[in-house]
Structure formats: C-alpha cells, structure tokens
Design a protein around this ligand. Structure first.
Ligand SMILES: Nc1ncnc2c1ncn2[C@@H]1O[C@H](COP(=O)(O)OP(=O)(O)OP(=O)(O)O)[C@@H](O)[C@H]1O
Length: 236
C-alpha cells in the first residue's frame, strides 16, 4: 500500500453545547489516512463517526485539535477555503441519495461536472458504477441501490482524491448493498480514491484495507486487514 498521508489529525475534539449540558462527540482523535486506502469506520451509534467524517470533509468544525489535508490545515481554514477544499477534493455519499427528482441520472451527474475543474464525462462516471444503461432514467424510475450508484457517480465524476461515505448501504437490503459496495470498491481500485466508509454492518470490515473502530468519541482500535475480500464475498 502507498503510505502517502492524505489526512492527519491530532487531538481533535468536538463539543456540542446542549443548553446547560455539553455533548462530547469527539474526545481527542489522532488519525492518519493514507492515499488510496479503503477504510471502514465502525462504532456504536453516537460514538462520533459522522462527526469525525464531517470535520475531515470540511462540513463541520472541530472544537479543538488540528487536522490537515495533504499538509494544509483544515481546522484553521476559512469558510471560503473549506468550500474550495470540498469542491475540489472531496466526494460525499450519504445514506439517502439526494438526487434531484426532475433530472435524469446523467443530468444529476452533470450538475457536478459542469462546475468541476477536471471532470470525467457523466456517462463515464455512470459506467464505472454500472449505470450507463439507465442514464436517461429519472430517480423515481430507479431502485434505491441504483439511485445510490448514481449518487456515487455524481460524487466521483469530479475525480475527488477522497470519498467520504456515511452509511452508504444503510437504507438498502443486503443484495443491493453489495452492489453499491462493489461500485465503491471499483472506484477505490480504478481511480485510487482514498475512501472512508461508515457502517453499522460489521461484515463490511472484510473489504477494508484498515478498520478503525470508535468508542465514545475516541478511536478504540485500528486493524490492518491482511485478507481483504471482495464485496461479492461479503454477506449479511
Ligand atoms: N448537531 C449536534 N448537536 C448536538 N449533539 C450532536 C450534534 N451532532 C451530533 N451530536 C451528538 O454527538 C455524538 C456523536 O454523534 P455522531 O453522529 O457523530 O455519532 P455516530 O457514531 O455517527 O452515530 P450514528 O451511527 O448513530 O450515526 C452523539 O451523542 C450525538 O447525539
């Protein structure tokens, strides 16, 4: 594995004020993520997975600590710099696909490629996730798994270095979930996109290069997977 550091974090904390109380979502995260690796992020509900991903992706700010993307500080960046960082370098996938209902699959992808610096053609992105035959279909004509694959095509069409996925299979049955994981694995392998996948599904750890587990706002274990499986070999 190439060990070039993409993300580096030291002592990240996140505290949400809740009236007189505080929720300590992150309690000191030290983390490195390396170029091209596929990391599965596990942990109980409320352990801080989404908070961590959102801070790394420039969607949320840390309360203390520092994080860098390729040597540039994320935690001390201005809002404008963070917007530019997200636009140029980060693709996001969420549990729900957030496609625009009045646009076809291809048009949903083109929205992003229209404003990206070095995009791939929308059809090429759809092909990578096996959706080129459905390019002219509207979201309502597609299954949940197919919509998620279009969302992946939309996220990768700008050729981001990093793909951050928060419960990408959370709304899908296992067979459909595997097809979505295959799309993510192919993008990771063919484009070399550093990929982080949050999941509640422990079976998904089998496809990771590394598995990072969070407990109560901290990293409780990091596991290097010596025996990576393809998504087709995973079931739950
Ligand atoms: N905007 C917010 N305001 C207040 N508390 C928040 C906010 N966002 C998250 N939290 C709290 O921070 C903690 C960590 O939340 P987070 O969503 O990061 O956990 P998670 O591991 O991703 O959980 P899940 O698996 O359920 O999505 C939780 O206790 C949550 O309630």
């Amino acid at each position: 594995m190439d060990r070039e550091q993409v993300f580096h974090a030291e002592g990240l904390t996140k505290v949400y004020p809740m009236g007189d109380l505080e929720v300590k979502a992150l309690r000191g995260i030290d983390l490195d993520l390396y170029r091209g690796e596929l990391v599965v992020l596990l942990g109980a509900s409320g352990s801080g997975k989404s908070t961590l991903l959102n801070i790394l992706g420039g969607l949320d700010s840390a309360s203390s600590g520092e994080a860098w993307y390729c040597g540039d500080s994320i935690t001390s960046a201005s809002l404008e710099t963070l917007t530019e960082f997200r636009r140029r370098h980060v693709g996001f996938i969420f549990q729900f696909y957030n496609l625009i209902p009045s646009l076809t699959a291809q048009e949903n992808v083109a929205i992003v490629t229209d404003i990206a610096a070095n995009p791939m053609p929308p059809l090429e992105a759809l092909k990578l996730v096996g959706m080129e035959a459905r390019a002219n279909h509207f979201p309502a004509q597609l299954s949940g798994g197919e919509q998620q694959r279009v969302a992946i095509a939309r996220a990768i069409a700008k050729r981001p270095e990093v793909l951050l996925c928060d419960e990408p299979t959370g709304a899908l049955d296992s067979r459909t979930g595997v097809v979505v994981l295959q799309a993510l694995e192919r993008v990771n392998r063919e484009l070399g996109t550093t990929t982080v996948v949050i999941t509640h599904n422990v079976a998904v750890r089998a496809m990771a290069d590394r598995v990072i587990e969070m407990t109560d706002g901290q990293i409780s274990s990091v596991y290097v997977n010596p025996d990576k499986k393809t998504p087709a070999e995973i079931s739950w």
